[in-house]
Design a protein around this ligand. Structure first.
Ligand code: FES
Ligand code: MG
Length: 577
């Protein structure tokens, strides 16, 4: 909407394309006739872009083609005019080197589509890991009214008498296979049992964490984020979102009114109470930047000290997202931490979050714990500092063996992930359970794209001895479904000369999570000497998107957005005449 006319009627942004006697407006109307619509079906109605990340290659979004139809149904019924826009899909499973390389590309695509077409509001369909932050970053920058429709978790996995969680149980059984506990027959059965339906990973991985964050921010319909993807309630939620966006356009309620500092703090609090993915740290910092909110690692650490972990969901807990949904879902969980939230801020569903949570309840106290019975008294993510990570690093300490959280051991350094894969099982490296595995060149530039290499594999010979966790350090990210004493997001990364580049095998490293420190116990003079010997690696990309990426990407502590996208700024509205 762009204001009101003399009689107080809202003036739609799309009217710049459609109304008036000019040649262009005539052409836009004629081309809409070409699409098969009557004038009365669309003129004067809010145009709603349905941005859809559906693709044949993305199993997490394979139902979104149908869901877009439900969204459109809601839009029509509320008096709007829906138009579907296919946008890039970011499949966590298939896209290499990592969809993180392309998060900002989808964000740009979303923003520019919304700006350049006759759009008054948007419904965003996504859920597989990076799609959620990407779509919300684009919508925040375009600042047109928007509702996010989360893809929803897939059905729980099953194998024999076991319930399987995506990612989490894949890692677990893969280690069992490497340890010789199960064989190829079992693995073949597992292959068909891990992922049983459309929908995103059903553990508290990055997808569930980020869609919950979107709900906590106030960008989804209430309770939307945990509805199973193939539940009929999911279709009803999509239709309700379609109806709601029309109302938001008429009220001119934009992301800038919803995505405030308070909203981002509540999203951080929510992620912590969920024991959610470490990836949320990077994405929420980037999303906040688009809204002009400076969110920092210190905000996460400060809030983490006050937020108990209440969601008993894998990998940090026991259950899966479907259990979480029927236990009350995110509204239930938020109803237990209302004292930590900003309740007087608007959401797309209600005038205030307080109103939105009014009827929320928990129906299973083991799945969604109370503060007095929390899985951990403090939030699940700790921010570390020290001479190995001057700009910070993170660890999901609730998903690690607790005795490793204060640990000193000798480094075993791998220069890149391929070398690690090729050599980690070599007994000649002398790796013991006390060693600290270090992987470098896996950051935003070094990876490139900061792949999810952070749960470094434990050598076979140690697995066979029953070792299931070790201290591991990298400038990579880690899948939200992973676990272990893995220090991640070391900033600055080794590729740009961060201290990780200076570590040598045998150097003692000390991790002290209670003190929030990570240190390389080598004298400064020696580190200076090593630094002087460092040589900058050659640029990886000579052309294309990768060249733009390497020129513009920021480090993990500031969210890995592109510099030219990272802050609000003036962008002219396109001339439509
Ligand atoms: Fe899509 Fe996990 S692979 S959410
Ligand atoms: Mg993941």
């Amino acid at each position: 909407m762009t204001g009101e006319d003399e009689s107080g009627r809202p003036v739609l942004r799309s009217s710049r394309w459609y109304e008036g006697d000019g040649l262009r407006a005539f052409s836009h109307r004629a081309r809409t006739r070409q699409l098969g619509y009557l004038p009365q079906e669309h003129l004067g109605k809010p145009v709603i872009a349905v941005l859809n990340t559906w693709s044949d290659i993305n199993p997490c979004h394979s139902h979104l083609r149908e869901r877009a139809q439900a969204v459109k149904r809601g839009v029509w019924q509320a008096g709007g005019f829906p138009l579907e826009f296919p946008v890039a899909t970011l499949s966590e499973t298939f896209q290499k080197p990592t969809p993180m390389l392309y998060r900002n590309l989808l964000a740009m695509e979303a923003e520019e589509l919304l700006r350049s077409y006759p759009v008054d509001g948007a419904v965003l369909l996504g859920g597989c890991d990076k799609t959620t932050p990407a779509l919300l970053m684009g919508a925040a920058s375009a600042d047109l009214p928007a509702v996010f429709v989360p893809a929803g978790p897939m059905l729980p996995g099953h194998w024999r008498d076991q319930v399987l969680g995506s990612g989490t149980d894949m890692w677990k059984y893969w280690d069992d296979k490497r340890a010789g506990l199960i064989g190829d027959c079992e693995m073949a059965e597992l292959e068909s049992g891990l992922a049983r339906s459309a929908g995103h990973c059903m553990t508290m991985g990055t997808a569930s964490t980020l869609t919950a964050a979107a709900e906590a921010l106030g960008m989804t319909m209430p309770g939307a984020s945990s509805i199973p993807a193939v539940d009929s309630a999911h279709e009803r939620m999509a239709a309700a979102g379609g109806a709601r966006i029309v109302e938001l356009v008429l009220r001119d309620l934009r992301p800038s009114a919803i995505l405030t500092r308070e909203a981002y703090e509540d999203a951080v609090t929510t992620v912590l109470a969920l024991g959610g993915s470490t990836n949320a740290v990077i994405h929420l910092i980037a999303m906040a930047g688009r809204s002009g909110v400076r969110l920092t690692l210190d905000d996460f650490d400060r809030l983490a000290r006050t937020v108990p972990v209440l969601a008993n969901v894998r990998p940090g807990g026991r259950y899966l997202m479907e259990d979480f949904h029927f236990a009350g879902g995110l509204p239930g969980l938020l109803s237990r931490i209302t004292g930590l939230l900003h309740l007087d801020r608007p959401t797309v569903g209600h005038t205030t979050l307080r109103e939105q949570l009014a009827g929320a309840a928990v129906h299973d106290d083991d799945v969604i714990r109370s503060a007095g019975d929390a899985l951990a008294g403090e939030g699940g993510i700790a921010v570390l500092r020290g001479n190995l990570c001057p700009d910070g690093a993170v660890i999901k300490h609730i998903a690690a063996e607790q005795d490793l959280l204060t640990h000193t051991g000798p480094a075993v350094v791998f220069d890149d992930y391929k070398t690690l894969q090729a050599t980690v099982n070599d007994p000649g490296l002398g790796i013991t359970a006390d060693s600290v595995l270090v992987l470098r060149n896996s950051g935003p530039l070094g990876g490139p794209g900061m792949p999810e290499y952070g749960m470094l594999p434990i050598p076979d010979h140690l697995l066979k001895q029953g070792v299931r966790d070790m201290v591991r350090i990298s400038d990579a990210r880690m899948s939200g479904t992973s676990y272990g004493a893995c220090v991640l997001h070391v900033a600055p990364e080794s590729y740009v000369g961060g201290p990780l580049a200076l570590v040598r095998t045998g150097d003692p490293i000390t991790l002290d999570v209670p003190a929030r420190t990570l240190s390389l116990d080598v004298p400064d003079a020696e580190l200076d000497r090593r630094r002087a010997e460092l040589q900058a690696p050659p640029a990886r990309y000579g052309r294309g998107y990768g060249a733009l990426y390497q020129e513009q990407i920021t480090q993990a502590d500031t969210g890995c957005d592109f510099r030219f996208l990272a802050a609000p700024g003036q962008v002219p509205e396109p001339y439509a005449g």
